[in-house]
Design a protein around this ligand. Structure first.
Ligand SMILES: *[C@@H]1O[C@H](CO)[C@@H](O)[C@H](O)[C@H]1NC(C)=O
Ligand SMILES: *[C@@H]1O[C@H](CO)[C@@H](O)[C@H](O)[C@H]1NC(C)=O
Length: 191
């Protein structure tokens, strides 16, 4: 009986590193809810009448924000990194850093009166809470390639190449990659 219990503990310890913490599952579920299609559409939508500095509503048609290439994380990036045997923990760490940065990028261009301000503030709060979950990890706990990417993303990247991306596309990627990374460990029914 005792031995069985010890064996279970041992297996859990081994699996522990790859398993998402309960707090992460809870917060990513809340994020998933906030990022559902209707909300992304409503708050990231473009509007003919809007023009900088957004006197009217929503984003001007074809509005984009400038981000570093490395701030774009798509499912294809994850597939490639997984194939390069990057651990799931490191992938979630990367997704967290890039996604919270994406929300910051969007908030940087929004005046407080903008209809999307409050929405992005709620997203930022959820990412702050998620940051607490990730604060236990050091850059040395993740693979070099991921540590380098995270460093680059936070460096401000004065000399790195940038590209224009629509705000909604940043959130679309955030959600798609989140589903890829949290679906199995958090036992979300496949959608
Ligand atoms: C994802 O892949 C694109 C190229 O498809 C690349 O420009 C970008 O830097 C990659 N992102 C990360 C975080 O590696
Ligand atoms: C995975 O990596 C191997 C070699 O490292 C490569 O041949 C293969 O095409 C890769 N697969 C994908 C899906 O990237």
């Amino acid at each position: 009986m005792r031995q069985g219990y010890a064996a279970v503990l041992c297996v859990m310890a081994v699996l522990g590193l790859e398993a998402a913490a309960p707090g992460e599952c809870e917060l990513s579920r809340l994020l998933q809810d906030k990022l559902r299609y209707e909300m992304r559409l409503q708050y990231m939508k473009h509007c003919q009448e809007a023009s900088p500095p957004f006197q009217k509503h929503y984003f001007p048609i074809d509005y984009t924000v400038q981000v570093q290439y490395e701030e774009v994380l798509r499912p294809s990036n994850i597939t490639r990194l997984r194939n390069g045997t990057v651990s799931e923990v490191a992938l979630r760490y990367l997704w967290f850093h890039i996604s919270s940065q994406a929300v910051l990028r969007i908030r940087e261009v929004l005046p407080e009166k903008h209809p999307s301000w409050r929405y992005t503030q709620e997203l930022a709060r959820l990412f702050d809470a998620l940051g607490e979950e990730f604060s236990q990890y050091q850059q040395s706990d993740v693979e070099e390639v991921v540590a380098e990417l995270v460093k680059l993303v936070h460096s401000g990247g004065a000399q790195s190449r940038r590209k224009p991306v629509r705000p909604k596309a940043l959130l679309d990627n955030c959600l798609k990659v989140m589903r890829m990374l949290y679906g199995a460990p958090c036992r979300w029914e496949s959608t």
